[in-house]
Design a protein. Structure first.
Lengths: 256, 245
């Protein structure tokens, strides 16, 4: 059996007094595509935000590629991670956000190039080549010198994907990436994700409301409910054959 | 009143007063640069996550803002040299730069802070997701977005400072006001020289105000056509939804 690239061990998360996640255990294999579904407020986004180090777990641990994410091992003991450690581990993770979060003061090309140049210390020429290659992949290589506010929502989201991909992460996180888009723009974004997924070697975690898409693309679907993984398995098992009542209710709302 | 106006005095005092213009402008620029640079210190001191330290700096800032700049000038020029051990003497110009510069830096720091707070939360998260270091995050992502919208406000402070600089006359910096005043006391004629001072301030301030107005409109336009609202929403749905349950 291959070692998991991401492993959650009894992870809890509360915001103030409100518990959001109450015991998440989850292994993700390299190159595995995992879709996370569930009602809003069930903590799906929080799961991947903790992996991106945007939220700190209240308890439990997360391993990434064999290293603790929120802890450091020091003389055999675990201590809270410092920023240096977080930077090291988070380097293998990329994320695409619901609201794109492109840098409005940079052109499309600069948006993609800036992190490779400054974070990975890649030469300018190579960073540019890599960026253009990725922008070609998302079909936006004719917009290199445009600014984000000149693009449609779908185009922005595709740039955001190119920007994350240029960093060559081992794990890509997608946080409801089509939720802020006009319905007619959803398709183009899903197509790009499908293309990325088919290339294969990257693990992907998609928090999504697109059930059909989750079924198509995912190796495994997690149904999150009341702060735990209430159901998981192959897409057909979870989305069609599950006997979990809450899940059926949830899916029913989507079908109607 | 008009009968009292003497053009001879006007022409006579004008070249003398204009000599002080260099000092007045130089002092304005020196104070302003000092305030612009030192102003950066405040928002960062206020971000220190240790509560007592934060309170201390907030209190110091409040103290500097709530005392008149004239009192601060007097203190730096007359009182500071008399403090045992740490006291030192400064020449009038340096005292003025230090006094007015620190005073205005607290206001300019507040302008910077509003600019920083105006940067969307998603930008910080994107910077983290792309693994920027703290330093890079500030220099490449946050400040380039935080500072441009504050330029009109910063410009306003330049004009305000220009008008406050004559305070330095009180500790003997020979700007236009000082020269006009000495001319007045030497010749028993105050009307013409002080009118000249007022006119000089008007001639310099007014066009600057118009320029800053234009700049402001340009900035507003830029931000109107800026990002759509979708980009401005904080990514807090998950938390919000939880608390509703």
């Amino acid at each position: 059996m291959t070692e998991p690239i991401v492993s959650y061990q009894d992870v809890h998360k509360s915001f103030g007094e409100t518990p959001v996640l109450t015991g998440i255990d989850l292994d993700i294999k390299p190159a595995e595509k995992v879709a996370v579904i569930g009602p809003s407020g069930s903590g799906k986004t929080t799961i991947i935000r903790m992996l991106m180090t945007l939220e700190q777990p209240t308890s439990g641990s997360i391993m990434v590629d064999g290293n603790y994410l929120w802890h450091m091992e020091k003389d055999g003991e675990l201590t809270p991670a410092n920023e240096k450690h977080l930077r090291q581990v988070r380097g293998s993770i990329g994320m695409v956000f619901q609201h794109f979060n492109l840098f409005p003061h940079m052109t499309i090309l600069e948006n993609c190039m800036t992190a490779p140049i400054h974070v990975q210390k890649v030469g300018k020429k190579e960073a540019k080549e890599r960026s253009i290659e990725m922008l070609e992949k998302v079909g936006l290589n004719d917009k290199l010198d445009d600014y984000p506010n000149q693009l449609s929502g779908g185009q922005k989201q595709r740039v955001a994907m190119a920007r994350a991909l240029v960093m060559r992460p081992k794990i890509m996180l997608f946080d409801e990436v089509t939720s802020a888009l006009d319905p007619e723009l959803v398709g183009e974004v899903l197509e790009v994700i499908r293309g990325i997924a088919e290339e294969g070697d990257m693990a992907m975690v998609l928090v999504t409301h697109e059930m059909e898409f989750a079924r198509d693309i995912a190796d495994r679907v997690l149904f999150l409910d009341n702060g735990v993984i209430a159901e998981e398995g192959r897409p057909t098992d979870v989305l069609e054959n599950s006997t979990n009542e809450r899940l059926q209710n949830f899916l029913h709302r989507f079908r109607s | 009143m008009i009968s009292n106006w003497q053009w001879d005095t006007f022409y006579d005092s004008f070249p003398i007063i204009i000599q002080g213009l260099g000092i007045t402008l130089g002092l304005t620029i020196a104070c302003y640069l000092f305030a612009l640079i030192f102003g950066f210190v405040w928002p960062f001191l206020n971000r220190i996550p240790i509560k007592p330290v934060k309170w201390l700096f907030t209190w110091i800032m409040e103290f500097i803002r709530s005392t008149p700049p004239l009192v601060q000038l007097f203190f730096i020029f007359y009182a500071l040299p008399m403090i045992p051990v740490i006291g030192f003497t400064l020449d009038p110009f340096t005292s003025a730069v230090l006094g007015l510069g620190i005073h205005f830096s607290t206001y300019i720091g507040e302008v910077y802070r509003s600019g920083i707070d105006g940067v969307d939360k998603g930008q910080w998260e994107a910077a983290k997701a792309l693994n920027f270091s703290t330093r890079q995050k500030w220099s490449k992502i946050i400040l380039p977005q935080a500072i441009p919208p504050t330029i009109p406000m910063l410009g306003n402070y330049l004009i305000i400072m220009f008008k406050e600089v004559p305070l330095a006359a009180s500790i003997g910096v020979a700007g236009i006001l000082n020269l006009a005043n000495s001319y007045g006391s030497a010749n028993f004629r105050y009307l013409e020289p002080l009118t000249i001072v007022a006119l000089l301030f008007l001639v310099l301030s007014y066009p600057s105000a118009i320029l800053i107005n234009k700049l402001e409109r340009k900035m507003n336009r830029r931000f109107e056509k800026g990002e759509p609202t979708a980009n401005k929403q904080p990514a807090e749905e998950e938390k919000g939804a939880v608390s509703q349950q």
